[in-house]
Design a protein around this ligand. Structure first.
Ligand SMILES: [Zn+2]
Length: 301
């Protein structure tokens, strides 16, 4: 495939697990963008694809959405990230990192350099080099944009996602230059022997072996998408990422305009919905929902 990266199978658990551990969760807003509502929430009918691309839709009707990343503080493993958000250069020149196609698609990105995950970590007294592990929900450009900023980290990504991202490329939304580094990539095999069910999720992998960070398989948005269930001190949190763009996707059981696989997408949405019903005190964080984002606290113990 001609890439600098030579991923290896993940050997779980990753080091640092502590019995009974919980994590602190810091949601990080790395920028915002706008998109047509019909992109996030599928519409029916002949014109649906036009609306999804925003054709003939006035800008005032587009949705403003957050581009998040998440910092976890784990008692044994230290600082861990979920996704990387936007690269600091996007604040100045989106095209350089996102490429021509994506920077056209992600119109009107708003970011200031201080919103980059690295800058936010430093303000919290954490040097980016201290981040030992980064869990990638998937490799779309608004999630993978800042991978280059964490050369010393172990990147955990599903095997199916890696295969898709390295074989499909730009037409499916991946920007290879964002992840094409000789970094320590570890592939999670959701078909492998370590997989177990967790709560309503058919396939999960316990990252540190202590139940504090569980990757749950939620493919459909992309071929190898995963979400993350966290054990906080008093409750659980589900970082759904793009398995759920907006709360409305979940509430109305509506897919987004584009998925890699509708059937899988629907199944993942159903597993998440049942999780939310069975775990009513869990914090459910959708991937790109501004209202939900605004309700989040700066940090969760
Ligand atoms: Zn995505």
């Amino acid at each position: 495939m001609g890439t600098a990266a030579e991923p290896r199978p993940a050997e779980l658990p990753l080091p640092g697990g502590r019995e009974g551990a919980s994590v602190r969760l810091h949601p990080l807003l790395t920028g915002r963008m706008i998109g047509p509502e019909a992109w996030f929430l599928r519409q029916d009918g002949r014109l649906a694809w036009r609306w999804a691309l925003g054709l003939g839709v006035p800008r005032r009707d587009w949705l403003e959405v957050p581009v998040p990343a998440f910092l976890l503080e784990h008692p044994g493993a230290g600082a861990v990230l979920i996704d990387t958000g936007l690269h600091p250069s996007v604040a100045v020149d989106p095209r350089k990192n996102l490429g021509r196609i994506q920077s056209t698609l992600f119109k009107d990105i708003e970011m200031d350099p201080g919103q980059a995950a690295t800058a936010q970590l430093r303000r919290k007294g954490i040097e980016p080099a201290q981040v030992k592990a980064v869990v990638m929900t998937h490799l779309h450009p608004d999630h993978a944009s800042a991978i280059s900023e964490f050369p010393g980290a172990t990147f955990v990504v599903s095997k199916a996602e890696w295969a898709a991202a390295t074989s499909q490329g730009a037409l499916h939304g991946y920007v290879k230059r964002q992840f094409d580094y000789a970094f320590d990539y570890r592939l999670l095999d959701f078909e492998g022997p370590d997989v177990e069910s967790f709560a309503t999720f058919g396939r999960s992998l316990d990252l540190f072996g202590d139940g504090s960070v569980r990757c749950v398989y939620t493919p459909g948005h992309t071929p190898g998408h995963l979400s993350v269930v966290l054990r906080l001190r008093r409750r659980e949190a589900l970082v759904a990422a793009d398995a759920v763009y907006l709360r409305r996707n979940l509430d109305e059981m509506r897919l987004s305009h584009r998925t890699a696989d509708d059937h899988l997408s629907e199944r993942s949405l159903r597993e998440i919905r049942r999780y939310a019903q069975d775990t009513p005190d869990a914090l459910i964080i959708p991937g790109h929902d501004w209202n939900a984002w605004e309700e989040l606290e700066a940090v969760y113990d």
